[in-house]
Design a binder for this molecule. Sequence first.
Ligand SMILES: C[S@@+](CC[C@H](N)C(=O)[O-])C[C@H]1O[C@@H](n2cnc3c(N)ncnc32)[C@H](O)[C@@H]1O
Length: 265
Amino acid sequence: MNWAVTTYDSPFGYVSAKGAPLVDLLDPQPGERIIDLGCGTGAFSAEIAERGAEVLGIDGSAEMIAQAAALNPGLSFAIGDAHDFTTSETFDAVASNGALHWMTADPDAVIAQVHAALRPGGRFVGELGGAGNCAELIVAMQTAWRVFGLGEPELPWYFPTPAEYATRLEEGGFTVRLLEHAERPTLMTEGPNGAADWVRVYMAHALADVPPELVEPLLGRIVDLAAPALRRESGWVADYVRLRFAAVRKPDGAAPMPVGPFADP
Ligand SMILES: C[S@@+](CC[C@H](N)C(=O)[O-])C[C@H]1O[C@@H](n2cnc3c(N)ncnc32)[C@H](O)[C@@H]1O
């Protein structure tokens, strides 16, 4: 998809702001080599680098990578699709903030690439939209699209349940150490038209197919439909549901589990 790089970092800066605690879960150590997968404009990469790790930001969008490089001189960035990127060395960790749910073509392929990039024992730490993410926003959008006779817009996300993602990680060669599925109502930091702005940024591809004269009425209807659930006195709140995980790449050829009378703790 094409990302509106300039709007991305302003009204929706909360995507990056919410990454702050994730860096603590990742716990980068000085000298570690860490990939930030789906790095966008590199805000999370910079947080990782501040802890003394060597970071490589990878993103599928050339515009994002150009912006990341401009904003973070001294850090390394590369264009790459998470489904088939390759690295010439192995890494101590792969981290990803708010990006895995955009990688919809084949989640198992993404996990396989992460596995290949990590040394045995390496960490895979991430936060993505989980099942139920943005449910109110999505229903408002789908309803408005139908009201205007436009059919269903194609949703560009993958919001897995914790059970589903844990299974993918386990089957992909990881041991899951932590998995949280939590509501994270998040204040949209700008504008009285929160739901409309959200659709403009995140559903730009679907909006591009809407006849130009219908765009504003359509967005107005989305605002009307979403407001009762999401507009507060303090502003618009996005109904985020986050899936946060920390997993470790299993050692190659892991020894079979010990059995016998002394196997229990
Ligand atoms: C919402 S942004 C998050 C960016 C950043 N991690 C942050 O915390 O601000 C999602 C990013 O994922 C990237 N992305 C989406 N699909 C991708 C793919 N298949 N491979 C690599 N990057 C991808 C997009 O280009 C975008 O920069």
